[in-house]
Design a protein around this ligand. Sequence first.
Ligand code: 4GY
Length: 345
Amino acid sequence: MIRDAANTSIMGRAVKNGLISVNTINIRDFSTNTRMMVDDYPYGGGAGMVMEAEPVFRAVNAAKEQCGGNTRVIYLTPQARVLDQLKVEELAREEELIILCGHYEGIDDRVLSEVVTDNISIGDYVLTGGELGALVLMDAVSRFVPGVLNNEESSRFESMKDDLLEYPHYTRPEVWHGMHVPEVLLSGDHVKIEEWRHEQSLERTRQRRPDLLAVSRTVRTVFFGSAEAADTAAQLNREVSLYGELLDYNRNKLKKSRRRFKKNELVLFVTDVPDVEGLEAVTANIRSDGGPAVPVYIGEGPADDSGKCESILSDRGFRTEKSMRIGGRDISEVSLEIRKGTRGK
Ligand code: 4GY
């Protein structure tokens, strides 16, 4: 299934041109018994079969031997966050990926906890196996490999906004089934066309995917400061967001990777360094795309910037009424009651 699909269409062309390569490994080849079985009855009873740990372990190790050192191992499962474009771009920066596909009721949890680095779902529904998810992931990632898309195909995604739906597209004829192509597209006025397209994107998103105009956002906490305060930053992140993530900018590698943030996700810049040069300026620098960002000072004692943070927070529609103690430190409460329509800035 994987091989057939990977040799078709744009992915197939990329494989033929040597831009990507797809290796498939059959877990059955790593069976530990003579009947080539890789599944067994579940402990505790219940319907269905469970894939055994050992054959999966061996198959993944075989894949690792074909790859470089610490290749990420992705498990396709409905029990994970749903894949989005940001994650696709993150994975596209990897040289190689190992994708693990389960069958039956699933895989023995012990091997998953040992080998899997990323759990990914392609949507909230249940498939019969992970293969279609793997193909979705491969397809989305391969678009970022230079040369996979030709000029015509790639110019389209340069302009793709990662937080809005695309505007409607039209091609000849000018009138079809009595419906006209919108006048503005024939005007040749490119400024107007851009404006119109942006309007359409917004309106479509409002109509079809209002959830993308997020009332509840993902929060990424960027931390820079002492080792003791890192924990506090992690706790703060958990307090304010269901799907938060702490990025420790003490790690140079992360800082250098110039991470991109989604337009509508909120970035908290958390530090306990009192003389960190202009908390606001650093925050703006991290969020250089102009998306929402809030500086939070978690140092002890008075800090000039901490009061300022509170006012910045409330200016932007966050409630900061009471202060809270996290990890023995007083900080402003960052309550994410984001008003509808509070976007950008
Ligand atoms: N949804 N997103 C999905 C899936 C099938 C039992 C584990 C999904 O990614 N994969 O539904 N996969 C199950 C079947 C074993 C995978």
